[in-house]
Write a protein of this length. Structure first.
Length: 565
């Protein structure tokens, strides 16, 4: 009797366990899996609220964001009015250009630059090729040391004006490169600077070579200044400023960041011209007008940059669960670990794609991404005009607050992005995973955009504004035969308003002496270092306008002493 009761109870418990187990299995499936559109279908159906744009489309049905951006920004662009085409012609078939597909050149309406033709060569490379002909103080029997000294010698022309009469190697380089410098100046005033889309993470073609070319232009300006051609030196510096604006409005994130380096060269050149003592009032006014044009900050640059960033983010999320070759993403690794199908790659990939596409609500992730960029655009672009520090700082703070809010709500812990956690946390729910992935990525993007606005835009505006203030002080000195007691004396004859430090919201620090003055920005560290250029760790301390002026002899003495140390 007892045995029979026990058997019945065991059978009853077994069936109840199976029944409840099935119910829990259904609940777990409903919590963790959403409908999967299949491995060859788009992650989400294109819709303005999800994908921002609905066409053009890739063969699999996903939005082709690169083609959209290329079509948008190539309107009205031809090979003749596109400054970027001139840059390709000047630089030639370097490795980053040679490896590009024919389609890239077709979009620019040009052929591949031929091998064997004449192209730009940096002064540093030229000096290394002519080591034996360099001045004797830059010679060394040690091959490695000789190359280092050749690089140091090339920096002489980057830092100070130089008379070429004592520098035959540099004189030949300057003569050989003059046609390319003329092309550069012509390109800087062209109306367009279009290069086919390269999303963040892809190497921007010619990035380092362009930086070398900008450096050559500042060397050209210093050589012209050394020869007494002040207008020619100003023309070279203005061309660099034009290219900095071109790069900033190109949209590719790498170009946007490189432009913050480019602008430094033109302000550096203006300082050399300003303190050379060779400028007329007309030439000072030319520089002042260029500075005024440069610090006017149209929202077009931010609008283009945010559009590229939005398209890149949506593209990244759309590719994330299934792009095995580039990312080895969540789907591939989760499928490999759970299914243990290492030996059957096709089955593993199919199962992994299913898991990655089904266990996260990518629709929610993409909608949140789109909404977040709407908010960022509202923060940065609600006004067409840029009103200086207060305006930019307010926009930066709004972007940072957005990042803080994303991190405080449904933000994953440090282990969330481990793909195993998709399976390991079965009660999290596939929609919540979509929210977390969106927050994780968008918080980073919002903070990056705020930091880039702070670093790139505030940085270049600040340096240009500081340079413009130094020019105004010099013009005041020539007109009044004395230094201004404070910066308010420059208004309104030489400046429209008292110049403001972008990093403090207060006027630049200015102290006048009997025959000299200190003028500087405290930079990003927020600390007044007394006008010190470098701190104890050799990091930038303050950004200083340069009332002192080094001669070639003084530069050589200091540079060679540093090299010896």
């Amino acid at each position: 009797m007892l045995v029979r009761i026990a058997e019945n109870w065991t059978r009853y418990a077994t069936w109840m366990g199976i029944l409840f187990g099935q119910q829990w299995l259904v609940i777990l499936i409903l919590l963790n899996f959403g409908p999967s559109p299949g491995p060859d279908s788009p992650l989400v159906r294109p819709h303005p609220e999800l994908t921002f744009i609905t066409e053009p489309l890739l063969p699999g049905g996903d939005v082709d964001y690169a083609r959209y951006l290329d079509e948008k920004f190539s309107q009205g662009v031809t090979a003749k009015n596109n400054a970027y085409v001139d840059m390709v012609s000047i630089i030639g078939p370097v490795e980053s250009i040679a490896e590009l597909p024919d389609e890239w050149f077709a979009k620019l309406e040009i052929a591949r630059p031929p091998d064997g033709a004449a192209y730009h060569q940096s002064l540093e490379e030229w000096c290394i090729d002519h080591l034996a002909e360099l001045p004797k103080e830059f010679h060394s029997e040690d091959e490695k040391k000789a190359v280092e000294l050749a690089s140091l010698y090339s920096r002489l022309f980057e830092d100070v004006p130089v008379d070429l009469s004592g520098h035959p190697v540099a004189a030949r380089w300057f003569q050989e490169m003059r046609p390319f410098f003329a092309m550069y100046r012509q390109a800087s005033v062209k109306p367009h600077y279009f290069s086919p889309c390269r999303f963040f993470g892809d190497l921007t073609p010619m990035a380092m070579e362009l930086r070398q070319l900008h450096k050559s232009m500042i060397q050209s300006a210093n050589i012209r200044l050394g020869m007494g051609d002040v207008d020619g030196a100003i023309n070279d510096c203005m061309a660099i400023a034009g290219m900095a604006r071109h790069e900033a409005s190109n949209g590719n994130e790498s170009s946007f960041m490189y432009s913050s380096l480019t602008h430094h060269y033109f302000t550096h050149g203006f300082y050399n011209i300003l303190y050379s003592g060779r400028c007329s009032e007309r030439q000072l006014k030319r520089m002042a007008d260029e500075i005024s044009a440069f610090v006017e900050h149209p929202s077009r640059i931010q609008r283009i940059h945010l559009l590229y960033s939005r398209c890149d983010s949506l593209r990244w999320i759309a590719r994330y669960p299934r792009n095995m070759n580039n990312y080895e993403g969540v789907a591939w690794r989760a499928g490999k670990k759970v299914l243990r199908t290492d030996g059957i790659p096709e089955l593993r990939d199919r199962c992994a794609i299913f898991l990655g596409r089904s266990m996260v609500d990518w629709k929610t992730a993409m909608k949140m991404t789109n909404d977040c960029y709407d908010e960022l655009e509202a923060a940065f672009l609600e006004e067409d005009e840029f009103n200086g520090w207060t305006d930019l700082n307010e926009r930066i703070q709004r972007a940072k607050k957005l990042a803080d809010r994303l991190e405080s709500k449904e933000f994953p812990d440090s282990g969330f992005m481990d793909p195993w956690n998709l399976i390991k946390r079965p009660f999290e729910g596939y929609r919540r995973r979509g929210v977390k992935i969106a927050n994780f990525y968008l918080a980073i993007q919002a903070r990056n955009i705020a930091n880039e606005a702070n670093t790139c835009e505030a940085g270049w505006i600040n340096e240009a504004r500081l340079c413009g203030t130094a020019i105004a002080v010099e013009r005041f000195l020539r007109d009044q035969n004395r230094l201004p007691g404070d910066l308010s004396e420059l208004v309104p004859s030489w400046l429209p308003s008292v110049p403001v430090d972008m990093f403090t919201g207060e006027p630049f620090i200015y102290r006048a002496g009997d025959d000299n003055y200190a003028l500087y920005s405290i930079w990003r560290n927020g600390v007044d270092d007394g006008g010190t250029r470098r701190d104890e760790d050799d990091k930038i301390a303050d950004i200083v306008a340069r009332p002192e002026f080094l001669t070639e002899v003084e530069w050589k003495k200091a540079a060679l002493a540093d090299e010896k140390d």
